[in-house]
Design a protein around this ligand. Structure first.
Ligand code: PLP
Length: 284
């Protein structure tokens, strides 16, 4: 029998993803949940800008998801600084942030250095520093964040249909989601269940769940529906996050061993080591 398979793409859902031993990672002591990473930043804009109707400036790294950047222009004036995956540090000369501006410091692929941002922030403490831990939300850096704010789009590394978290290492007031929930998460969860059925050999057409994945992304882009779904909010603390991180690290080591063994290659991986407490971004 032909075994259905798929590389990459979106997560599927199985009850095996739930931990049998209770919560497996520490969450920040205080945090708020949103449907998406962008929604958490829109929420932050609402509380930081509540007295003035002047648009806040948000500085983004040059290597960033352009769909997200475009969405963020609805609330922010976007400025860019140079930060590239093949450079160890951001180019701070290109970061022209003034007092009151917001800077998004992205821990790209989960392998960047926290110290350079801490040093930069000490010299620019009127600037609001937001660390973006989307690529490794449960790293030591993320959980010990000292920045004004830290956020992570959780749905990129966890098998949940929607979800993002925002917290503050400085105990600053946190934004709260509005009341509306989009139907995007339910479409995405349907796609995840159907994908699992497909992978188990069930009579489900791939196009069916792919179409639902696409529709769910459109619904989740509605900036007025920023509340996390009941499913993601409730399942978060039951997920085997520690197990996912161990598996992710084993996968990437396996992949690196395979490609580094090929001596005929004329290219190099972006990274082949990482510090303790870090697990680089890859699929589950
Ligand atoms: C590093 C990073 N931060 C934030 C976002 C935005 O997250 P969301 O799509 O959940 O709004 C993305 C999106 O791809 C991302 O790659």
């Amino acid at each position: 029998m032909k075994q259905p398979w798929e590389i990459g793409s979106e997560f599927d859902w199985s009850n095996d993803l739930i931990s049998s031993v209770g919560q497996t990672v520490e969450l920040p002591s205080d945090y708020e949940l949103f449907s998406t990473g962008c929604a958490s930043l829109f929420g932050l804009e609402r509380i930081l800008n509540y007295k003035s109707n002047q648009r806040l400036r948000l500085h983004l790294p040059s290597f960033f998801c352009m769909e997200a950047a475009e969405k963020l222009t609805k609330a922010f004036d976007i400025c860019w600084y140079r930060d590239l995956p093949n450079q160890k540090y951001p180019d701070f000369n290109s970061l022209d942030a003034a007092c009151g501006d917001l800077v998004l410091a992205v821990n790209l692929f989960g392998i960047k250095s926290r110290e350079v941002w801490q040093d930069w922030h000490h010299k620019h403490n009127g600037v609001i520093l937001i660390e973006d831990h989307t690529h490794d939300p449960f790293s030591d850096w993320a959980l010990q964040s000292q920045a004004d704010y830290a956020m992570a789009s959780l749905r990129k590394t966890l098998p949940i249909p929607d979800g993002a978290m925002i917290w503050s290492g400085k105990n600053r007031p946190l934004p709260k989601a509005l009341e509306s929930e989009s139907d995007g998460a339910y479409k995405r969860l349907s796609a995840m269940l159907l994908k699992r059925a497909y992978l188990n050999g069930g009579n489900v057409a791939k196009d069916t769940y792919r179409q639902l994945e696409i529709e769910s992304q459109d619904s989740l882009s509605d900036i007025n529906c920023d509340r996390i779904s009941a499913f993601s909010a409730n399942v978060l603390s039951s997920l085997d996050v520690k197990g996912f991180r161990e598996r992710r690290e084993a996968n990437i080591r396996h992949f690196l061993n395979l490609i580094l063994a090929d001596k005929n290659q004329d290219w190099q991986p972006l990274f082949s080591s990482w510090s303790h407490g870090t697990v680089p971004l890859t699929a589950l």
